[in-house]
Design a binder for this molecule. Structure first.
Ligand code: FES
Length: 242
């Protein structure tokens, strides 16, 4: 009979010990204990990206905070998920994400159903601390089903992973690096001109209003069509009264 027993390890999370299989991430170990660690780029359906850093935790003996979604727990680890250091760092990360995000929440289709907005509320962030860095005011409404608003994108790449891993379509991809990194399509074409199948998985997995169903904005926003890019340059919103 083959011995295929998984090695178990013990860790302590916020003072409570828990035993988990080896290679369990800190995030999953915390879930077993019912300890909430906020996440943005992480999604259970998708592979680990570890790029937003919202899930940072303190590990005793480590000189840096660790992304809990991407860090496997190891035997004897002492983890703190809600220390002052963690909460301060997490708040700064959320503030930085908000600085690149067009904050017109009251007019946004995802108002009240936005993971970034929920985190901003949880950490009591009601005004921008950093300068406003959001760049794109273009909304791609070329697709009959999906609209893509880059000014709301936090570059978590959940949409790219959903498109590739769940649907094997790869209509969305990542372009450039660092501050210039953005979610786009191959050759930077509008959604209607790439292999998008309008499945909606990117919309389902987007944590903000960057990807939404195409049934709202075209009625509410004044728009100027840019035929060279097949996108709409968004202008001032028009309030619909009826
Ligand atoms: Fe862990 Fe984004 S949720 S780095």
């Amino acid at each position: 009979m083959s011995e295929n027993k998984q090695k178990m390890i013990s860790v302590t999370i916020d003072g409570t010990p828990v035993t988990v299989p080896e290679n369990t991430t800190i995030l999953d170990a915390a879930k077993l204990l019912g300890v909430h660690i906020p996440t943005l780029c992480h999604h259970e359906d998708l592979c680990v990206a570890g790029n937003c850093r919202v899930c940072m935790v303190e590990v005793k003996g480590s000189r840096t905070l660790q992304a809990s979604c991407a860090t496997p727990a190891s035997d004897g680890m002492e983890i703190y998920t809600n220390s002052r250091l963690v909460r301060t760092a997490r708040k700064h990360v959320i503030e930085l994400l908000l600085s690149e995000h067009r904050g017109d929440c009251l007019r946004c289709y995802r108002n009240g159903n936005c993971e970034l907005q929920a985190l901003a509320n949880e950490y009591r962030i009601d005004q921008g601390v950093f300068i406003d860095l959001h760049k794109e005011d273009q909304v791609d409404i070329s697709s009959p089903a999906i609209q893509k608003d880059d000014s709301k994108c936090i570059r978590c790449q959940r949409c790219v992973r959903a498109c590739t891993e769940l649907q094997s379509v790869s209509a969305l991809c990542v372009a450039h690096k660092g501050a210039d990194m953005r979610i786009t399509t191959f050759w930077d074409k509008a959604l209607a001109y790439v292999v998008c199948t309008n499945c909606g998985q990117c919309v389902t997995h987007c944590p903000t209003g960057a990807l939404t169903e195409r049934n709202y904005v075209e009625d509410v926003w004044d728009a100027i069509y840019d035929p060279t890019k097949h996108v709409v340059v968004q202008t001032a919103p028009a309030i619909r009264v009826s």
